[in-house]
Ligand binder design. Structure first.
Ligand code: NAD
Ligand code: UGA
Length: 466
């Protein structure tokens, strides 16, 4: 039996180390669906924990406020007291960040597991009982082996069972993805104690996830499936983006192609929207990690194959900027360009690996004046571009961002950008006015009619030039 809270005896104490984009929403939904479990989320970042305990959560995620409000203080708690939380926990989810290594061997490719290893040391130091440790972070295949070795050397006679339970939520739809997952993956060692621990984790999800969606595998399949799922999703985006470049040369329309190709039930329609390239904290790092792993196992052809997914993504961002420079008469010096959106996708304030960062940097290098507007990502945009020099403005009002601009570059597919009054915007812009739609979001014939020179991605441009 877990500790008592508000006169309720909890069946188990769950802990999550890492209160980020994954740890916060995942544990909030577990708390909501499992009132019989006490859920604590800890982080070393005090400001983040204060925000989780406030009315303004540290991340913007549709529906999350309601979930947190329903359970916080009842069976969901946010804290910075890592030692006490470890002592009290029966099951520890580890959801710390696993970014690309920036130093030493594997720099720029491999996963940086320093936060992981630190967590393992903390668990050893503060545990006074045996526990199940759950890999929630995305990690290289066979990380659990290293984790197990570290934890086994605890010197206290404690047993730690390692389970892999990767997270598949996408930002902007995290709550929906957690409430109705396509699947939950639980990997364990194929030993009796491993299977028992896997059942305990599956039992948590069984509170709301149908049994046929809870997949159990061995540890290594589970770890590797997560990397492969992200690689496949990103591969679809790079595939369609590569074809968007060919469309621009041939007057084919990438929208028609996505529809025609995606109508084949074997291929399916999702993740075939051409755009400025994928961003987000994970696709790039997870593919590079996969590439690194394949190379380390002596599989250079496999590594090269997946590396091209990242290469095409860079190509797509590069050619977006090259097109702006080329179409605006080969010079951007002193020209104001409004960036509509900076988040890596709509419905999130997250800007990690956003194509917006690359575009802004390049435009500033060209000495353009960059005016950025985004409904949720301006604070992050400011941080991303800190010390960049040049002339950058941040505007909450898109009409202000467009004032005196000669071009709009649409970076993020926010629905709000569809609703704007583009006649009003056109009136306050310098002519000839350009619009580069990096998400094929807007009504291009209408914009052309208003007077814009319109450059979609992978579709014929519409210009007023002879
Ligand atoms: P994040 O950076 O938002 O959160 C990680 C948190 O861990 C940070 O707040 C950090 O302060 C904390 N932390 C690091 N070391 C700690 C320690 N020793 N003790 C306590 N707290 C510590 O990262 P995220 O986006 O939540 O991603 C976490 C993991 O989940 C990554 O491995 C990522 O690949 C994976 N993932 C992310 C997403 C996503 O949509 N962001 C989706 C699926 C999987
Ligand atoms: C992605 C995966 O979808 C999640 O399953 C996974 O858990 C997560 O990574 C992770 O491991 O971090 P996320 O990065 O939050 O989720 O968002 P996605 O919806 O996958 O979008 C990623 C990028 O691809 C965005 O920049 C988006 O604009 C772009 N994208 C997506 C396209 O350009 N075209 C598409 O058709 C779809």
């Amino acid at each position: 039996m877990g500790r008592k809270g508000e006169n309720v005896a909890f069946k188990k104490n769950l802990l999550c180390i890492g209160a980020g984009y994954v740890g916060g929403p995942t544990m909030a939904v577990i708390a909501l669906k499992c009132p019989d479990y006490r859920v604590t989320v800890v982080d070393v970042n005090e400001e983040r924990i204060d925000q989780w305990n406030s009315d303004r959560l540290p991340i913007f995620e549709p529906g999350l406020d309601d979930v947190v409000r329903a359970v916080r203080g009842k069976n969901l708690f946010f804290s910075t007291d890592v030692p006490a939380a470890i002592r009290a926990a029966d099951i520890i989810f580890v959801s710390v960040n696993t970014p690309t290594k920036t130093f030493g061997e594997g720099a720029g490719m491999a996963s940086d597991l320093q936060h992981w290893e630190k967590t393992a040391q903390q668990i050893i130091e503060h545990s006074d009982g045996s526990k199940i440790i759950v890999e929630k972070s995305t990690v290289p295949v066979r990380t659990a082996e290293a984790m197990e070795r570290i934890l086994r050397m605890n010197g206290k006679g404690l047993r730690f069972e390692i389970i892999s339970n990767p997270e598949f939520l996408a930002e902007g739809t995290a709550v929906r993805n957690l409430l109705e997952p396509d699947r939950v993956l639980v990997g364990s060692l194929e030993t009796e104690s491993g299977r028992k621990a896997a059942r305990e984790i599956a039992d948590i999800y069984a509170h709301w996830v149908p049994a046929d969606k809870i997949i159990t595998t061995n540890l290594w399949s589970s770890e590797l499936s997560k990397l492969v799922a992200n690689a496949f999703l990103a591969q679809r985006i790079s595939s369609i983006n590569s074809i968007s470049a060919l469309c621009e040369k041939t007057d084919a329309d990438i929208g028609d192609i996505s529809f025609a190709v995606g109508s084949d039930s074997r291929i399916g329609p999702r993740f075939l929207a051409a755009g400025i390239g994928f961003g987000g904290s994970c696709f790039r790092k997870d593919i590079l990690n996969l590439v690194y792993i394949a190379r380390s196992y002596g599989l250079p052809d496999v590594a090269d194959y997946w590396e091209m997914v990242v290469r095409i993504n860079d190509f797509q961002q590069e050619r977006f900027v090259q097109r702006i420079v080329h179409e605006m008469f080969q010079t951007l010096v002193g020209k104001k360009i409004a960036l509509f959106g900076f988040a890596f996708k709509a419905n999130t304030g997250d800007t990690r690996e956003s194509p917006g960062i690359y575009v802004a940097r390049k435009l500033i290098e060209e000495r353009a004046v960059v005016s950025i507007t985004d409904p949720w990502a301006l604070d992050n945009a400011r941080r991303d571009l800190e010390g960049i020099g040049g002339r950058v403005e941040f505007q909450t009002d898109p009409y202000r961002a467009a004032e005196g601009a000669q071009a709009i570059a649409l970076i993020t597919g926010w629905d709000a950008f569809r609703q704007l009054d583009y006649e009003k915007i056109f009136r306050v812009m310098v002519k000839p006015a350009f619009l580069f739609d990096g998400r094929n979001l807007l009504d291009h014939p209408r914009l052309f009619q208003i007077g814009f020179n319109v450059y979609p991605l992978g579709k014929p441009s519409r210009t007023h030039f002879a």
